[in-house]
Design a binder for this molecule. Structure first.
Ligand code: HSE
Length: 402
């Protein structure tokens, strides 16, 4: 019997408790022995909840309990999660977490402590919710040099963009609908400004290259400026607009990373990834393309990923599962030097100036939009685009993946 302690009995923590109890028998078979939740630490009480009697308000009841060998951290944020997780690892317990802030900021340090103690620090649920992506990157796609990772990594923004595309509703109405359905937080900033996606692509890029990518270094744009007009042009192009977290290793070896909305062609497998679903596309130099798709958020899918880590930790008692992610910083290329194509909207009276600035542009027309001139540029760096566009009164610019 393996004893589990859970830190944080919110949506994911209660999902972990539910998954462990619902699938008790099959989990015991796969882990090789039964798993039991012994204690749950939360500031709140949960009268009437099936876990009511397991609740403690004192973290020490978990870290000092010799019957608990695995700690699940589902509190979110870094304070006090970092201190709690570090103490648990130093006390010789393995940790499974869904906490992307914790992993993005302290991943290498916590992995190192786990290694020194022959324990494990696993974080499958920190990216892509229920989608297996961390384990595949760490244990399956190991024969390849990773050339590119591109993903729809945030369910909330994908839901909002899907509603805007399907219903023709504006950003604010679609956000409100997402909030009413519980898909978006009352304060949606972390999702809609791209910060959540930024932390996730930082984790994936760190794993792909085995070095620390600081999320503060990643150029990040959210979806708040996407308009009904942008959606109308996307439709005219037979494309959709998706918030993409991307990193790419250029031919000269420099890694570029970015979070920004992008036009995605109907031929791309990412085009049909809608609502709260996520998808992560990985390109290896020998494997070529592989894509992972599924529920990127939600109580049970995310809990499923956390429990898969718990099972791995039961199967690897006293054996550290190697994760190549050193604390050495990976310096990203300046985003100004990253090459791409750009969909641009300017006021109609700037048409001649736009043609002069971008002689190779392709005009984009939509019968739903008046008094504008819209176009897609040819390939150039972000810096060159910004220089050429600076006097055009740009209404909006979206990177083009067409
Ligand atoms: N807010 C996140 C999302 C939750 O919408 O994808 C999962 O990290």
């Amino acid at each position: 019997m393996v004893g589990i302690g859970i830190l944080g009995y919110g949506t994911i923590g209660s999902g972990v408790f539910e998954v462990i109890n619902t699938n008790k028998e099959s989990i015991a078979k796969r882990a090789g022995e039964p798993i039991e939740v012994k204690r749950i630490c939360d500031l709140r009480d949960f009268p009437g909840d099936p876990a009511e009697k397991l609740i403690t308000h004192d973290f020490k009841d978990i870290v000092n309990d010799p019957e608990i060998s695995i700690v699940v951290e589902t509190m979110g944020g870094t304070k006090p999660a970092y201190d709690f997780v570090k103490s648990a690892l130093l006390a010789g317990k393995s940790v499974a977490t869904s906490n992307k802030e914790l992993v993005a900021k302290y991943g290498p340090e916590l992995i190192e402590i786990a290694k020194e103690h022959n324990e494990n620090f696993l974080f499958e649920a920190s990216v892509g919710g229920g989608i297996p992506i961390i384990r595949p990157l760490n244990q399956a796609i190991t024969a390849d040099e990773i050339l590119e990772i591109k993903g729809i990594l945030n369910g909330t923004t994908n839901y909002i963009l899907t509603k805007m595309a399907r219903q023709g509703s504006d950003y604010h109405a679609s956000l409100k609908e997402a909030q009413e359905l519980g898909y978006a937080e009352r304060n949606p900033e972390a999702d809609v400004e791209g910060y959540d996606t930024c932390r996730k692509i930082a984790i994936l890029t760190s794993l792909a290259y085995g070095m620390q990518v600081d999320y503060e270094d990643i150029y990040t744009e959210g979806i708040t400026k996407i308009s009904v007009e942008d959606m109308a042009y996307a439709k005219a192009l037979d494309a959709s607009i998706k918030l993409l977290g991307e990193s790419r290793r250029a031919d000269n070896g420099v890694v570029y990373a970015r979070v920004a909305p992008a036009l995605v062609s109907a031929h791309s497998p990412l085009f049909s990834v809608n609502d709260v679903f996520n998808a992560i596309f990985v390109k290896g130099n020998v494997l070529d393309d592989v894509m992972f798709y599924g529920r990127g958020a939600g109580k049970l899918p995310t809990a499923s990923a956390v429990v898969s880590d718990v099972i791995d930790e039961v199967k690897h008692k006293g054996v550290h599962i190697m994760i190549q992610w050193s604390a050495s910083k990976l310096t990203l290329g300046d985003i100004k030097d990253a090459k791409g194509e750009y969909f641009v909207r300017v006021p109609a009276d700037k048409k001649d100036a736009a043609i002069a600035a971008f002689p190779n542009l392709s005009e984009v027309k939509s019968d739903k939009v008046k008094n504008e001139f819209a176009f897609i540029t040819d390939t150039m760096t972000e810096g060159e685009y910004a220089d050429r566009a600076k006097d055009l009164g740009v209404l909006n610019m979206i990177r083009s993946n067409l």
